[in-house]
Design a binder for this molecule. Structure first.
Ligand code: VGL
Length: 195
């Protein structure tokens, strides 16, 4: 038997979802408000924010099939974005990889909206990494409210991580669909705070 004492995970993490150049003004799939999210998340990270750990996710496409389209519908298909190794896939300044305890990349060969599909440089998935670091609760922010933040928060609820979305620190592709996202979160037990 292990000598360790079993206890519920006690630490709290902030998950910053897909704040990447292509999702911000000037990028190939620009979301209005993205640059402001980047600046305000950086500001938060410079405060006494109280998170034990801070991680980021990134869309990181190589050949994601029908996720890319020359005639995107902006629901299931999209212009090329966040191609691995390009400037568009980088975290948006002033954020940088050094701000984070780990960065999780996802979507190499298929659409991957949830950060829980992401893996760090060692190949560890976000859920396993959080469990290994004794995280029992997460807050989330980032881009886009109605796609990757939505999916990551729903998976966080599934993983038992009592998620709270800091909705004022998110930006939406389609602001008129945020209401449906809030409904889906409420149903799944995802809490929402302004910021
Ligand atoms: C995202 C659209 C396409 C996101 C990713 O990060 O929310 N949105 N791919």
């Amino acid at each position: 038997m292990s000598a360790g004492t079993a206890h519920p995970p006690t630490r709290r993490a902030l998950v910053v979802v897909d704040v990447q150049n292509d999702f911000c003004e000037g990028g190939s799939l620009a979301v209005a408000g993205g640059l402001s999210v980047a600046a305000r998340v950086k500001e938060l990270l410079g405060t006494d924010h109280g998170y034990d750990l801070v991680v980021a996710t990134r869309d990181h496409h190589i050949d994601p099939g029908t996720h890319f389209s020359k005639h995107p519908d902006f629901v299931d298909s999209w212009p090329r974005h966040c191609v691995a190794g390009t400037e568009g896939a980088e975290l948006t300044a002033p954020l940088e990889a050094g701000d984070f305890d780990a960065v999780f990349d996802k979507g190499e060969y298929a659409a991957a909206y949830s950060g829980f599909e992401g893996r760090d440089a060692d190949g560890t998935g976000l859920g396993d990494w959080l469990r290994a670091h004794d995280v029992g609760r997460v807050d989330l922010c980032g881009i886009a409210t109605d796609h990757c933040v939505r999916a990551t928060a729903l998976d966080a609820a599934e993983e038992g991580l009592s998620p709270t979305v800091l909705v004022g620190l998110t930006a939406a592709v389609a602001p008129d669909r945020v209401g449906a996202t809030l409904d889906a979160w409420r149903t799944a037990g995802v809490a929402v705070r302004e910021g």
